[in-house]
Design a protein around this ligand. Structure first.
Ligand SMILES: O=C(O)C1=C[C@@H](OP(=O)(O)O)[C@@H](O)[C@H](O)C1
Ligand SMILES: C=C(OP(=O)(O)O)C(=O)O
Length: 441
């Protein structure tokens, strides 16, 4: 894909105001798929309009569904009652993990022939643990290029329901999410999904379970590693709730919250708050640990600078397995902290939009930070005032929306900052830099 022209931003001193968050990517793509699989019509409100949700919408349309975009991010989906009308399709999933993984599982239950592919990076992102889970119930799935990675070819197969399906959860939680959403379609008897080994990114599983419940399927969790899908009582497994409002995106909120700490605030994000079902709202607690002043209501969070006597954030040590996406924002907020910030349990960063540990370390060093990295951790020490650097070649963003959004924070250092290919934010937040410009001065 062609790269967008670099932008020059900052140096900024103040961040204040408010921003209305775009819809949550994680909720939008789950809601689209569940609405498509259900009986009845679902009106989705505040659906995220971005690359990741467009690939999901387009795939559903190719599968024969009526998915109609209306004004103000409203989208109307006519459900197919669990069986996609189109039995053979070649689907392009971009770089959207929340699209390709759940859709693969749903398609494997259909008894049709489907090919799923994506951008070059998608073909380096693992899908093996999901395919292994689906093969247990008889799905026929072949790898087209490299074993364990898309593109994949699904062929019609007899799917049998087992008492237990096992899946690994230590590479991505999206494999478990995919099985949870798809197995109810064939569950003629209850089926238990057992997670083998560690389950990372657990709060995303809670999002999955809460949305499935909105569409009428209640999964029991007898223990932290087991999920019991109920036997279906008719072919109409998922039922439309009629309307569903998508919360603002809590990961997108993290950039503004960090800005409110670094740039004094008050800065308020509207669309997520105490009532959120997204794990990434815990980013606000992490910032509070770093010394930020935080208040929150049902659907808003506000940050007003820092409460530390030094006027600066303080470094923290944190296990980030529950907030893998917002944790990236902590790594860049660490540029404004006294003492090291050590983020652990982030091995999954290496298999996302880019190798995020390597990318983060390389770009933080460009602005003068001292960084140590390991297989599953990163330690960031801020540059002292005189050590900040202004890299002439700019900050590279690696086709990773979060790298671009995170590094907008670094424009609150002493120097202006060049950010390369800023339009990669289109994956989840196309208007990010316009919204950033409204609060930064
Ligand atoms: O299920 C989801 O909506 C997501 C799960 C997380 O991925 P992993 O489970 O791969 O960590 C997260 O990083 C991703 O942005 C969205
Ligand atoms: C990891 C991410 O995306 P995906 O849904 O493609 O996994 C992300 O948005 O940070």
């Amino acid at each position: 894909m062609a790269h967008s022209p670099s932008i020059q931003i900052g140096p900024f001193k103040r961040a204040q105001g408010s921003t209305i968050l775009p819809g949550s990517k994680s909720i939008s793509n789950r809601a689209l798929l569940l609405a498509a699989l259900s009986t009845g019509t679902t009106t989705l409100k505040n659906l995220l309009d971005a690359d990741d949700t467009q690939v999901m919408r387009n795939a559903l349309r190719q599968l024969g569904l009526s998915v109609t975009d209306q004004a103000n991010n409203v989208c109307v989906v006519e459900g197919c009652g669990g069986r996609f009308p189109v039995r053979k399709a070649d689907l392009f999933m971009g770089n959207a993990g929340t699209a390709i993984r759940p859709l693969t599982a749903a398609l494997a239950m259909q008894g049709g022939d489907y090919r799923l592919s994506g951008v070059a990076r998608m073909h380096e992102r693992p899908i093996r643990d999901l395919v292994n889970g689906l093969r247990q119930v008889g799905a026929k799935i072949e790898y087209e290029l490299q074993e364990g990675y898309p593109p994949i070819q699904i062929s019609a197969a007899d799917i049998k329901i087992l008492d237990v399906v096992k899946v690994r959860g230590d590479v991505s939680s999206q494999f478990l999410t995919a099985l949870l959403m798809a197995l109810p379609l064939i569950a003629v008897k209850p089926v238990r999904i057992e997670v083998v080994g560690e389950l990372i990114s657990r709060p995303y599983i809670d999002i999955t379970l809460k949305l499935m419940a909105r569409f009428g399927v209640n999964v029991a969790c007898p223990d932290a590693q087991s999920f019991v899908i109920p036997a279906k009582t008719s072919d109409a497994v998922y039922k439309s709730p009629g309307q569903l409002s998508v919360e603002g995106d809590a990961s997108s909120a993290s950039y503004f919250l960090a800005l409110g700490a670094i740039g004094g605030g008050p800065l308020r994000v509207l669309g997520v708050g105490k009532d959120s079902i997204q794990g990434d709202v815990a980013f606000a607690d992490a910032l509070a640990l770093m010394g930020a002043n935080i208040s929150a209501g049902e659907d808003w969070i506000e940050i007003t600078g820092v409460k530390n006597a030094s006027g600066k954030l303080n470094g923290i040590t944190m296990d980030c397995t529950e907030i893998p996406d917002a944790a990236m924002t902590l790594a860049v907020a660490a540029l404004f902290a006294e003492g090291p910030t050590r983020l652990t349990n982030i091995a999954s960063w290496r298999v996302k939009e880019t190798d995020r540990i390597a990318a983060m370390a390389a770009e933080l060093r460009k602005v003068g930070a001292t960084v140590q990295e390991g297989a599953d951790y990163i330690v960031v020490n801020a540059p002292s005032q005189g050590e900040w650097k202004s890299p002439g070649e700019g900050i590279d963003t690696y086709d990773d929306h979060r790298m671009a959004m995170c590094f907008s924070l670094a424009a609150f250092g002493p120097n202006a900052l060049k950010i390369n290919d800023p339009n990669c934010v289109a994956k989840t937040f196309p208007t990010y830099f316009a919204e950033f410009a409204k609060v930064a001065s």
